[in-house]
Design a protein around this ligand. Structure first.
Ligand code: PAF
Length: 279
């Protein structure tokens, strides 16, 4: 496995493999089983598998956890090696001197996490566009846990006609059902119990829908009774493609939740009704 620590080394590595299928799993490190599942999924479809590890300052707002974001490069490299990764791109610095470009997907970046984290998706799009350029990837995978991020990046790739196929990766849950996240390590035992109420709420909403309730207000009320977070950002049901809020579940939809347990911001989501056809 190659470990590449500069943009130049990454591009040289990719250029040597020009014409082959290169798959990219972009990450911010502190890898868990959710990331490994993305690697394994993409491994099957490409000739060369690259994992990028970079905690991107552009996507953190003021007061967010950039300075303390968990890091473990030796552990990450071990996981990547075990998952059959060909190259890890872990640069100290990703942006060139004088960097002044940003990429913004306007409407899809509003609402949901975009309201709470202004500038976040612009930072994500900018780094991902640069990672696409440096790695010369032909396919990239993003987990469904960050559902708005996946939707935004899919739109960016289409709008800019970037030659990269976007694959959605299944959301992976821990044994207690909590969606895997690098930030779960901040949770104390009682907070972990609170964290469970996110997926319990979403599952109850899906069950109610399957029992015939289609009004979003009613479905959200079902979830709200179960949810126990310290501050709620949103609990809602949106169109699975446009992320527009729905009044009635009459098309592929997504129930989404975000809130804080203590200082830790948690998100989760689930398909409601038929899954969105990602083709
Ligand atoms: O999902 C993440 O970990 C990040 O937002 C990403 C896609 C690696 C961009 O920094």
């Amino acid at each position: 496995m190659n470990v590449l620590t500069s943009p130049e080394a990454m591009t040289a590595w990719a250029s040597e493999r020009h014409g082959d299928r290169i798959g990219l799993v972009p990450t911010m490190g502190f890898l868990h089983d959710g990331h490994v599942s993305l690697m394994k999924r993409l491994r099957l479809e490409v000739d060369h598998l690259v994992v990028s590890i970079y905690v991107n300052p552009l996507q953190f707002g003021e007061g967010e956890d950039l300075a303390v974001y968990p890091r473990d490069l030796p552990g990450d490299l071990k996981r990547c090696k075990e998952a059959g990764v060909d190259a890890v791109f872990a640069p100290e610095e990703l942006y060139p001197q004088g960097f002044q470009t940003s990429v913004s997907v306007h409407d899809l970046s509003q609402g949901l996490c975009g309201d709470r984290r202004p500038g976040h998706f612009e930072g994500v799009c900018t780094v991902v566009a640069r990672l696409f350029g440096l790695t010369r990837c032909t396919t990239a995978i993003f987990g469904e846990k960050d559902f708005q991020q996946l939707t935004v990046l899919r739109r960016m790739t289409r709008d800019l006609a970037l030659p990269v196929r976007i694959v959605p990766g299944e959301l992976i849950r821990d044994i207690d059902g909590v969606a895997l996240s690098s930030r779960n390590k901040y949770l104390s035992d009682p907070q972990r119990l609170q964290a469970r109420t996110l997926h319990h709420a979403l599952y109850a909403m899906r069950d109610a829908f399957q029992d015939g309730v289609v009004g979003v207000a009613e479905l959200v009320a079902v979830g709200a009774q179960i949810l126990n977070v310290d501050s709620l950002d949103y609990l809602t049901i949106a169109d699975a493609d446009s992320l527009a809020p729905l009044a009635t579940v009459d098309r592929p939809a997504r129930a989404l939740v975000a809130g804080n347990v203590g200082k830790t911001r948690l998100i989760d989501n689930i398909a409601i009704g038929p899954d969105f056809p990602w083709t």
